[in-house]
Design a protein around this ligand. Structure first.
Ligand code: CMP
Length: 139
């Protein structure tokens, strides 16, 4: 089933000039980048995006990190894109990520873990709508 997921290439990755290498892993996995924009996330955008984690001890640190430098927001499309991208990213903690995954290859630690991907198709729709309008997505 063709579906869409939302991805963020995080500040630790843009800082090390890894956008192209991460996009190559995404495309090699059969996912299509159907929308992409480099932005500096505002404090309000980051707080809203991560509001499900508002009660977690790392929330403040997470918002600070996500606004600390440029990010690349993306919409990825493909067969079972949500699950496929989660496979390609690897575990949240890079120490537990499988070989060949983006986080195993590039992530620094559980906070600075290079990429975000939606955890469900429902959340993907909500997250995509926070950064893209329908006409900005070209499938
Ligand atoms: P992400 O997929 O962007 O969604 C929530 C983020 O919280 C997660 O990736 C991690 O980067 C971050 N995170 C999760 N656990 C921790 C932690 N223990 N300390 C700092 N950041 C964390």
């Amino acid at each position: 089933m063709t579906e869409r997921t939302f991805s963020i290439i995080k500040p630790d990755a843009t800082e090390r000039n890894l956008t192209g290498k991460i996009n190559a892993v995404i495309e090699d996995a059969g996912l299509r980048i159907v929308a992409q924009r480099r932005i500096r996330m505002t404090d309000a955008q980051a707080k809203k995006f991560y509001e499900v984690h508002a009660e977690r001890p790392f929330y403040g640190e997470l918002v600070e990190f996500m606004t600390s430098g440029p990010v690349v927001v993306q919409v990825l499309e493909g067969d079972n894109a949500v699950a496929r991208y989660r496979e390609v990213m690897g575990a949240t903690n890079p120490e537990q990520a499988a070989d060949g995954t983006i986080r195993k290859l590039f992530a620094k630690n559980v906070g600075e873990n290079s990429v975000h991907g939606s955890d469900s198709a429902e959340n993907a729709k909500i997250e995509i709508a926070q950064f893209f309008t329908d006409d900005q997505i070209v499938g």
